[in-house]
Design a protein around this ligand. Sequence first.
Ligand code: HEM
Length: 215
Amino acid sequence: MWFVRLLSSSIGKKLIMATSGLLLVLFLMTHAAGNATIFMSSDVFQGYADELHSHPLIVLIFSISLLVLVLCHVAVGLYLFWENRQVSTSRYIITKRVVKNSFASETMPYTGLVVLLFLSVHIFGFTFSPKHVDISVTVKNLLSNFFYSLFYVIAFIALTIHLSHGFWSMLQTFGINHPRYNTLISRLTLGIPLFFLLIFGGVALYFMTGLGANY
Ligand code: HEM
């Protein structure tokens, strides 16, 4: 089958990582835009959430697709990590790695696992929150807990580090690498994750510091 053949080749696995990563970043962009309405008012945010949930079939298809993407990304990512370890501990390796080594690239599996832990806590708290409580109230209640928000902020920093390398790596896999655009590419690979940190971290800090006490 084509999928098995794709999985068994090294470029195939990289393509799966890059494509699922890109789609997850697109999800994060829409999620960040939705979350930005929190800063407007609880009514605006609640209106946005209600509008979204007035299309249950679309929400269901979207959620299942997200789950499949996350599972693919995590499973193939862990497999690549295991494969790289096998190679780097082999006695027969005489060539040096040519990939960009940075703190972000070295810690990809660990920052990824922090984000995965965050996702489990997050989905348990928000997606499976009691249906009779408005989601804007749930956001305020959960994020007003200092330690819950602190965990969020730590996870968002891990997400920023993860994306700063992931985004760069994705562009390399897609062959987007030209001396003329490399400065722009480096700025983008840092700018987009920092933008996410600003929006998501801003929401957590808003409630954590008590600024959103009257939300
Ligand atoms: C402070 C920041 C964040 C807030 C306030 C927030 C808020 C929410 C809310 C309210 C929902 C439930 C939507 C609903 O069912 O009505 C949700 C779902 C979700 N969030 Fe977040 N979120 C934040 C950050 C993030 C981040 C950084 C990620 C990814 C790394 C993420 C991933 C998800 C996912 C995967 C779902 C489930 C979506 C689905 O089932 O369709 N969220 N979030």
